[in-house]
Design a protein. Structure first.
Length: 134
């Protein structure tokens, strides 16, 4: 966020916008979404019934980060941790807040990631729900 955004919110008494700017987990969510958008070719596109690859998406070159579906994004847990750390966010704190907001769910073992296979690669992934059909 920019200081000028905060100053504008305060000057206009826009409490809702000020809370959104100050909400670290919302900024973290936007940061992760931006990184995913800039690296869409690192994801397979999935249908809503399985993690099998559909047309488009992952090119087969370089790292494969996860899968993008209609309602959620499945991302490798270590890649998510790296994206959050590079953006200055704590993985544990962010995931706890995302869970409270319903952006992610816990596995049956009560963890924020689950071991599954995406595009033929078995690893730990976090499933992030898309907000409002993004």
């Amino acid at each position: 966020f920019r200081i000028s955004d905060l100053e504008t919110c305060i000057a206009n008494s826009n409490i809702e916008q000020l809370q959104a700017i100050m909400d670290f987990s919302e900024r973290a969510y936007e940061s992760v979404c931006d990184e995913i958008a800039m690296n869409r070719n690192r994801f397979i596109l999935k249908d809503d019934n399985s993690l099998r690859s559909m047309e488009g998406g992952y090119t087969g070159v370089g790292e494969m980060w996860g899968a993008i579906g209609t309602y959620d994004i499945t991302i490798n847990k270590k890649k998510l941790a790296k994206i959050l750390a590079e953006s200055g966010f704590s993985m544990n704190k962010t995931l706890k807040d995302w869970y409270k907001k319903g952006y992610i769910e816990k596995s049956t073992q009560g963890k924020f990631g689950t071991c599954t296979t995406v595009g033929g690669i078995k690893s730990y992934y976090v499933v992030i729900k898309k907000k409002g059909g993004e």
